[in-house]
Design a protein around this ligand. Structure first.
Ligand code: MN
Length: 410
């Protein structure tokens, strides 16, 4: 069985409230389509976070359709298996599954119930995808432990699999031992799952959720183009795009080949060419700007020299920054025609101890960049240990009432 494993597409992502990434996704999907055409995999697996938000706009859904219809047209023999991640609306993805299935696109949005009926196996057919070349147990993002459910699915496959075909499972979660560097992401993920709870009986566990590509237990091989491991691989393909400015490492999709159940797993990285890169100015990590003029000058040079990319600034804490600084930056990059893109979250250097409050509060830019409400809840809980959720709820209700009263005053 040969398949391409990817995850965390985040189609429709808008960065820094300003910048749509459609052309970056277009660029990725044209590479993916080419790889599928060239390598002729039996299946393409997308392990969750297809969309960036739960209710993507019409044009985003249209992009999704365009990408996958092109893939189907180019590779009519290939099965596509898409599961929901925590960013997706499980029920919305699930709702369209029947029509996609006619084109060999299998969508699994809703997770299995935590207490499956004992007298019937029928529910399993939503999660076991039987391909000519092997089996795929397609699990979407799940909250709460489902280890019995997962093992029941794997046992069912084991009983059926008399020909010894490869068995692949998909999931969207943080497993313990994953390297989450570059990820400032905490939610749903406050909890990690012991990989043992994902059962036994698969050759390859195709995971999504962590954007850094990695095979659990083999961190040292992280960016090697070709590796071979014994059966039972647990791997994050990583996201195809840099989803945040902290993910400047190389991104790829994984081309995986497994000859039969229990055989070695052959992994080949297909490296994604990025349309736009992420930068910090000054580019020398030991330097920071001492004044707004210095920063503006460097931004002008960046527009002139690089012509394209996302950047954020590193500025000395004691530099005098005018109140319209952000507007000056936006003016300075205007001529790039939206090619040069500004992340207004400044990296401050030389912050005196008494002013270090980043652990206690959110900056406005932090809040603007949280697309998942659960991310806010999780980060709040992380930062304010011992916080009473009931207190928080009351405060939100007070704010809500005040906002309402303000509206009525108008
Ligand atoms: Mn995710």
């Amino acid at each position: 069985m040969k398949f391409i494993h990817t995850a965390d597409l985040h189609i429709g992502q808008v960065l820094y409230q300003n910048y749509g990434r459609t052309d970056e996704h277009d660029h990725f999907f044209s590479q993916l389509t080419m790889w599928c055409r060239d390598h002729r995999p039996d299946a393409l697996l997308v392990s969750g976070d297809v969309f960036d938000i739960q209710q993507p706009g019409a044009y985003v859904k249209e992009d999704f359709t365009r990408y996958f219809v092109t893939l189907i047209d180019e590779c009519p023999d290939m099965d596509v298996i898409i599961t929901a991640g925590n960013h997706d609306s499980a029920s919305r993805l699930h709702a369209d599954r029947r029509i996609w299935k006619r084109s060999k696109v299998h969508i699994v949005g809703l997770p299995p119930v935590s207490d499956p009926p004992e007298d019937s196996d029928e529910w399993m057919d939503d999660f076991i995808i039987r391909l000519e070349a092997g089996y795929v147990v397609a699990l979407p993002h799940m909250t709460g432990g489902r280890s019995l459910t997962v093992q029941a699915l794997l046992d069912k496959v084991a009983a059926e699999n008399t020909e010894g075909k490869p068995v692949v499972m998909m999931g969207h979660l943080t497993v313990s031992d994953a390297d989450v560097t570059g990820h400032d992401f905490t939610i749903g993920n406050i909890k990690t799952t012991d990989v043992k709870d994902m059962g036994t009986g698969y050759d390859y566990l195709a995971l999504g959720h962590i954007h850094r590509p990695q095979t659990i237990g083999h961190q040292e091989d992280v960016f090697k183009d070709d590796v071979i491991y014994p059966s039972g691989v647990v791997r994050y393909s990583g996201s195809p795009l840099h989803v945040s400015c902290d993910e400047t490492y190389p991104h790829s999709v994984s081309l995986v080949e497994i000859k039969e159940r229990g055989a070695d797993v052959d992994i080949h990285l297909l490296n994604v060419d990025q349309l736009r890169h992420f930068y910090v100015l000054p580019e020398n990590p030991d330097e920071s700007f001492g004044s707004s003029d210095e920063a503006l000058k460097a931004v002008g040079a960046f527009v002139h020299d690089r012509k394209s990319g996302y950047f954020r600034l590193r500025i000395a804490f004691d530099a005098a920054i005018p109140s319209d600084f952000n507007q000056l930056i936006y003016d300075a990059i205007k001529s790039s025609g939206n090619e040069v893109r500004y992340n207004p979250k400044v990296i401050w250097t030389g912050v005196p101890q008494e002013s270090r409050r980043e652990d206690l509060v959110f900056e406005v830019a932090d809040l603007q960049q949280m697309t998942d409400p659960m991310e806010f809840v999780g980060k709040t809980l992380d930062r304010y240990q011992g916080l009473d959720l009931e207190d928080l709820r009351k405060m939100f209700m007070e704010v809500e009432m005040e906002v309402k009263a303000m509206k009525e005053d108008k």
